[in-house]
Write a protein that binds this ligand. Structure first.
Ligand SMILES: N[C@@H](CCC(=O)N[C@@H](CS)C(=O)NCC(=O)O)C(=O)O
Length: 265
């Protein structure tokens, strides 16, 4: 009788253990299923390369969104949009015809990288990419200054080069004073993910079109670009230099043809 009682207890314990394991497995499976359904749902439309519509293109705003997803390890589906031949379905979800547009899985498409990155931060708070408000606008005037200089026909006359150097110098001083390697110090934040793709355009396009480089004296800016451009997320989401140059080539004014006196030929 005593043995029978012991056996019953053992069986009861075994059943309890089995049911615990089953419920644990079910919960893990549910969690995984939920994660997979969330994972496969995120979609982002980004610029395709000029002249190569099956390759990632050169839009710094698109790269900013991709970087945010990569840094947060959110799985996503990327759709390449040929901006010279926008498909009808794309114009329906992005009436302004701009990339990036983002869909977090609820079927609602959101435009503008400022809004998209905020939405991603709220939905996936870890790791936090929030920039302390006092650093949020660091470097924000660099991109417009770069574009002005790149487009300038006579930079020595219009002050666009000096204006860009001033903005880069302000970044240099910020990095020196407040916190290398990143804008907010030790941690990468949204401000870095917005600025780095723009600095990549600046470095590549100015060297190609104007033979211009960020002054050597700006050692903190150089260290910053090196730190950002070598991040795994950046390498995975950057356009090739060739595609970046192809993207700007149609917009950059051609230098005036040199008039060579016929007696020199
Ligand atoms: N402020 C917008 C800018 C987006 C933007 O200008 N995207 C460009 C590509 S980098 C675009 O889609 N342009 C439309 C076109 O070229 O037709 C953002 O932050 O998302």
């Amino acid at each position: 009788m005593a043995i029978g009682h012991k056996n019953t207890t053992k069986v009861a314990l075994l059943v309890l253990l089995l049911s615990l394991m089953l419920s644990l497995t079910a919960s893990v499976a549910r969690n995984l299923q939920w994660r997979l359904s969330v994972a496969t749902a995120v979609e982002v439309c980004v610029k395709a390369a000029v002249g190569a519509p099956d390759k990632l293109g050169d839009c710094p705003f698109s790269q900013r969104v991709l970087l945010t997803l990569e840094e947060k390890k959110v799985p996503y589906r990327m759709r390449l949009i040929d901006l010279s031949n926008k498909p009808g379905w794309f114009l329906k979800i992005s009436p302004e015809g701009k990339v990036p547009v983002y869909n977090s899985g609820d079927g609602k498409w959101i435009a503008n990288s400022d809004v998209i990155t905020q939405v991603i931060e709220e939905k996936y708070p870890a790791p936090s990419l929030a920039t302390p408000p006092e650093y949020a606008s660091v470097g924000s005037k660099i991109f417009p200054s770069f574009v002005k200089f790149l487009m300038s026909k006579d930079a020595s006359d219009d002050g666009s080069e000096e204006a860009l150097v001033r903005e880069l110098q302000a970044l240099e001083e910020h990095l020196k004073a407040h916190g290398r390697p990143y804008i907010s110090g030790e941690r990468v934040t949204a401000a870095d993910l917005s600025l780095a793709p723009k600095l990549f355009h600046l470095v590549v396009a100015l060297e190609h079109f104007k033979g211009w480089k960020v002054p050597e004296s700006m050692s903190s800016v150089h260290a910053y670009t090196q730190a950002m451009f070598s991040r795994e997320s950046f390498i995975k989401t950057k356009p090739t230099k060739e595609h970046l140059i192809a993207g700007w080539a149609a917009k950059v004014p051609k230098p005036p043809n040199l008039v060579v006196p016929c007696w020199l030929i």
